[in-house]
Design a protein around this ligand. Structure first.
Ligand code: PLP
Length: 410
């Protein structure tokens, strides 16, 4: 299926990809290696480039565009709020921060919220809470346990707990006292804890690391050990939470639910408007007193109001995120019979990884040429994070293209 050119020429941009690339080469920090594609607009599960070519979206801006593009209810709320009030700072109250925190407390089981603007910023706040918690007990209680192969963001604190050398090595020395343990290695987890441990951070399903879930036994043992050593348990739900796994949070997939002390979330909550949150119980909340932490933009009226609307819509979407995810994984698992280079299909809800026996970068580029957007993480894992409005018909459309890509890749 080649990209489809939309009939509406008026919607085209007038700027060329070459012009954009030229400007960026000259004026931007050269920290990204982008794909050769410039996007102009989106509608539903489709994106359109500068010339009006159409792409089915299986990546949603790395898990952010949760309701696809130009969702009528989100667009309406943004228009209304833009005409009322965009920013207040946290010097003053506005109507929506408390309402959103109440909503999040109901769906997460964690009583209090701190709002910020991104995932990594939420991680920084969680790390400060871990440190403040440890310091309130003893000056030696400052160690943090994190997992190998994890990803928690790009700021200095977040890379200090990110268990992948490629993100860390140019910036050392990082935060001292971080111990990395292998995911699902319970003996290593037990050995990592001591009276000096102030907290442990983990992704319930490692995202950037290749869509690897932690086992229930490992997660429950982390809870027990954190309790025994009076340490805070932090779940990073930035990629694997907020509807993506077919539940509000990935930790709710376990029965009974396994509550952390702190859960951090960001990406999908405000449908493309930056918003991060640290959710916490009272034990974690008492670590921060007035003046100890803050942000200028975090929890502004626009982002909070959009997130409230998002949660209203998400309530109705959760069952289909679950069922469409099962259907997508079934189709991919069937494809394994035909294409032996597919080693494994993993994931929950609409967070899906396809492990290949070789690097998958060329598949991503072939996908772009054929109107399908996804990415490849850890060299060999195709990552699919489609918008939550994805249907089985959308999966069929995606599979038709993927099958052709796989045939050429074989
Ligand atoms: C699990 C996880 N934590 C943290 C982050 C960092 O979030 P942000 O890029 O919004 O800072 C990401 C981003 O991909 C993530 O997947």
């Amino acid at each position: 299926m080649p990209p489809v050119v939309t009939p509406d020429a008026a919607e085209q941009s007038g700027t060329t990809l070459e012009q954009i690339m030229g400007l960026e080469r000259e004026y931007l920090l050269q920290n990204y290696s982008r794909y050769p594609l410039a996007l102009h607009r989106g509608r539903g599960v489709y994106l359109y480039d500068l010339e009006g070519n159409r792409y089915l979206d299986l990546i949603s801006g790395i898990g952010v565009n949760s309701l696809g593009y130009a969702h009528p209810r989100i667009t309406k709320i943004i228009r209304q709020q833009a005409g009322l009030l965009l920013h207040t700072s946290n010097l003053y109250y506005h109507e929506y921060q408390g309402k959103l925190a109440e909503r999040l407390a109901k769906v997460s089981g964690l009583q209090r919220s701190f709002f910020c603007n991104s995932g990594t910023e939420a991680m920084e706040a969680a790390l400060k809470m871990i440190r403040a918690h440890g310091n309130s007990i003893s000056p030696h209680k400052h160690e943090i346990i994190a997992l190998e192969n994890s990803f928690h963001g790009r700021t200095l604190g977040a890379i200090s707990v990110t268990g992948q050398p490629k993100y860390r090595r140019d910036f050392e020395p990082l935060l001292p006292g971080v111990r990395f343990v292998k995911a699902n290695d319970i003996a290593a987890l037990e050995a990592g804890f001591s009276e000096h441990t102030a907290g442990i951070v983990l992704e319930f399903i490692q995202g950037e690391g290749g869509i690897y879930p932690v086992s229930e036994r490992f997660a429950r043992r982390a809870r027990e050990l954190a309790d025994r050593h009076n340490a805070l348990l932090v779940f990073d739900e930035i990629q694997c939470g907020v509807g993506r796994p077919g539940a509000y949070f990935a930790y709710q997939l376990l029965d009974p639910v396994l509550l952390p002390d702190i859960a951090i979330a960001a990406k999908p909550m405000a449908c493309g408007i930056p918003l991060g949150v640290v959710l916490m119980n009272e034990k974690a909340a008492v670590t921060i007193k007035p003046g100890m932490h803050g942000t200028t933009y975090g929890g502004g009226p626009l982002a909070c109001r959009v997130a409230l609307e998002f949660f209203d819509i998400l309530d109705e979407l959760l069952p289909s995120i679950q069922s469409v995810g099962v259907y997508f994984r079934q189709q991919l698992t069937e494809a394994m019979q035909r294409f032996p280079f597919i080693k494994e299909v993993r994931g929950q809800g609409l967070m899906i990884g396809v492990e290949l026996d070789r690097p998958g970068a060329s598949l991503v580029l072939d996908g772009i040429k054929n109107g399908l957007l996804f990415n490849c993480t850890h060299d060999t894992v195709l990552r699919f994070l489609p918008p939550y409005i994805f249907t089985e018909q959308d999966v069929d459309r995606a599979m038709a293209v993927l099958t052709k890509l796989f045939e050429r890749f074989a």
